[in-house]
Design a binder for this molecule. Structure first.
Ligand code: ZN
Length: 328
């Protein structure tokens, strides 16, 4: 991790951090319309962008920063997973080759097009609903978080009529290496945990990992489209990499310790969800569980309720399946 560098391009959408020579981490500014973190990597002869943020407006700034920092237009764009806050900005890189796993490529188009259609047709109602939910929240950190996310989606709604999803042109299964002359970027997918399919970018020489949303660093993790057991398995695989700097999908830059913290977080929430099932609570009731003291200062405070709800449904299904198995 390096100190803030005044010579780096500035943007209202993100803060840039230099991780190494020609390697930059763009950390999303909450509520600005960027939402997900991104990377700018100078591979030597080519420039690569890792994830493209939520809006075309934010992605345009990301592209401008990449052009200024590396002296050329990005040649490659990698999407870590299908979620819109990492992929909708693809539209700004229409002259680049976009790379993702095959399941991510398939999901990306469907999910983003559906989400953009929903925003075009019901954006105002969805915004009003979220603002009412924010006003009703008793926890001020939850309230601020819902407001910031509403601001992010409002920024996307403003461009929902002109933007569309842009699909990857190259897909891979588990590994793909890009040799850029100066350095090698390894794309790795161990399957899906946060979503059906998640990929990371690893720079073995520099020992830097861009993890996508497999790591929410000191932020509440979203698991609504994933599998917690697979996520834990994948974190075990990730922990075998030699990592000096970890650039997460959400939150600030970290070290290898972020992997153990993500594991502990998921295990703690799975434990809380199991307690809720054993106490006979519904998933909706479990969602009212207070945020544990250890995670009170985590970002995305409103995500805790959604995650505990999803994990309670997951633990209920596992408990039911075990009981069914015992009867057979
Ligand atoms: Zn995500």
């Amino acid at each position: 991790m390096t100190a803030p560098d005044a010579s780096l391009p500035t943007s209202r959408y993100f803060r840039l951090e230099q991780l190494g020579e020609g390697l930059f981490f763009a950390i999303a500014t909450p509520g600005s319309g960027s939402m997900g973190n991104a990377g700018i990597l100078d591979l030597g002869a080519e420039t690569l962008i890792f994830d493209t943020m939520l809006t075309a407006a934010a992605a345009r700034d990301l592209r401008a920063a990449a052009e200024r920092l590396t002296g050329r237009a990005p040649r490659y764009v990698v999407n870590s997973h299908f979620h819109g806050d990492h992929t909708i900005g693809n539209i700004v890189f229409d002259d680049a080759t976009i790379i993702a796993t095959a399941p991510t490529a398939a999901l990306l188009t469907n999910e983003n097009d559906q989400f953009l259609r929903e925003l075009r047709e019901h954006g105002a109602e969805l915004d009003a609903q979220a603002r009412a939910e924010a006003a009703a929240a008793s926890d001020p950190t939850v309230r601020r978080d819902i407001e910031e996310q509403s601001d992010d989606f409002a920024a996307l709604a403003r461009e929902a009529h002109t933007t569309r999803s842009r699909q990857p042109n190259i897909t891979f299964e588990s590994r793909l290496s890009i040799h850029g002359g100066r350095r090698e970027a390894q794309l790795i997918s161990w399957g899906g945990g946060h979503t059906t399919s998640d990929a990371v970018l690893y720079l073995p020489t520099e020992r830097i990992l861009f993890s996508g949303d497999l790591i929410f660093y000191r932020c509440h993790a979203s698991i609504t489209s994933g599998d917690p057991a697979e996520w834990l398995r994948i974190l075990g695989e990730m922990a075998r990499l030699d990592i000096a700097t970890l650039a997460p999908g959400h939150g600030a830059s970290a070290s290898q310790v972020a992997i153990a913290e993500q594991r502990a977080y998921l295990e703690a929430l799975l434990g809380l969800a199991l307690q809720a099932v054993e106490a006979g609570k519904t998933a909706e009731e479990a969602a009212k569980t207070p945020i544990p003291a250890a995670y009170r200062d985590y970002g995305f405070a409103s995500g805790f309720a959604q995650t505990i709800q999803a994990l309670t449904t997951y633990q209920r299904a596992r408990t039911d399946a075990a009981a069914e198995g015992a009867r057979l």
